[in-house]
Write a new protein. Structure first.
Length: 360
């Protein structure tokens, strides 16, 4: 039996030929089918399917309006960092994100708080400012591949807008944006709880100087989640300075940390994020046994630990010590050597019922 999505995709391609679906026809469709069409269109646009990528704005607008009105999955996302059930809209991958489309969405949901525009390469300086103007309640913005947003847009954003931001994801957006402009912008985001960064030119943007500036940001008192990808030139000293200032981190993810050894985690203590940290992801780098021991006795509420793809095997004795001290760990990724026999690995599950996923 073919799924509803598959049938819908075939129907659109066959009957509409990638052109348009009349609004009056949409209004007669059951709500669940309208939402299915919207999901198919969004997924297909993301993957750039030729038959659907040519659909005009007149087709997408009523679909999105219908989805905003009736789809709880689009409007509500449960996020412990920002609070339960925030009104949200995910238009990631859609090529038709325009002012007109955002205005239509704002008319239906004026209290929108979360907007995801990942892969929407039509976002430029004018639209960047327009987003916050048309959604006055917006507190969470997720952008990626927005290479048209320049220094001027970040600098021009009003202080009352930056002060209300709780979550910000800037992935591959800093193409021509300077490190100093980006740092100044983030320093004005005084209430941030979630931050994700991935520099298009990481060596120029995400450096020690950049991280040291963030260590003095007001949001270190409120930040609960930080993800930095391609932090290939950051040293343990700079990251340790930043982590030592963060008081309530719950999720910490550092990827491609080629120049770090993990000694920065010694800055996490019982006086800052030690008791609150729930997930630590430090892939592609090795952590020394003494740092593992420090984490074990400081971050006892850990539920997730990612140490995969390390340059050297994780010390097995230190790992067992951490699992004993952190009984809530249920998701574990490590790089194991010959010392960790298969029987020992299986024993991790036998003695620790909470451990559900093990990657090595």
């Amino acid at each position: 039996m073919q799924s509803l999505k598959t049938l819908t995709r075939r129907y659109i391609c066959r009957e509409c030929g990638g052109n348009t679906i009349p609004s009056e026809a949409l209004s007669r469709l059951p709500i669940h089918l309208r939402l299915t069409i919207f999901t198919v269109l969004r997924d297909s646009l993301y993957h750039d399917a030729p038959a659907l990528s040519a659909l005009p704005l007149t087709t997408l607008q009523p679909l999105i309006t219908s989805a905003i009105q009736h789809d709880d999955g689009l409007l509500k996302v449960e996020d412990e960092g920002l609070g339960p059930y925030l009104p949200a809209l995910d238009l990631s991958g859609c090529k038709y994100v325009t002012r007109e489309l955002l205005s239509a969405a704002a008319a239906v949901c004026p209290t929108l708080r979360t907007l995801k525009l990942e892969g929407c390469n039509t976002v430029d300086d004018q639209m960047f400012g327009f987003i916050f103007a048309v959604f006055p309640a917006l507190v969470s913005l997720h952008l990626s591949a927005a290479f048209l947003v320049s220094n001027a847009a970040y600098t021009a954003l009003a202080s009352d807008v930056t002060a209300r931001l709780l979550a910000l994801s800037l992935v591959r957006v800093q193409n021509d944006v300077t490190s100093q402009v980006l740092a100044d912008f983030l320093l004005r985001c005084s209430s941030l709880r979630e931050l994700a960064l991935d520099g298009a030119r990481a060596e120029e943007h995400i450096s020690d100087a950049f991280i040291n500036q963030l260590a003095d940001a007001p949001f270190t008192q409120t930040l609960r989640s930080i993800y930095i990808n391609r932090c290939s030139v950051i040293t343990d000293e700079a990251m340790g300075n930043f982590l030592g200032k963060c008081k309530r981190l719950e999720y910490l993810r550092l990827c491609v940390a080629l120049t770090m050894t993990g000694s920065c985690f010694a800055s996490i203590t019982s006086d800052n994020s030690g008791p609150t940290l729930r997930s630590l992801q430090f892939n592609n780098a090795h952590i020394a046994p003494n740092i593992m021991t420090h984490i074990a006795h400081t971050c006892t509420n850990l539920t997730g630990l990612g140490l995969a793809n390390s340059t050297r095997p994780t010390d097995f004795k230190a790992l067992i010590e951490l699992l004993d001290a952190c009984p809530k760990v249920c998701d574990l990724g490590v790089t194991l050597g010959a010392e960790a026999a298969a029987s020992n690995i299986v024993g991790c599950f036998d003695k620790r019922p909470n451990l559900q996923k093990l990657y090595f």
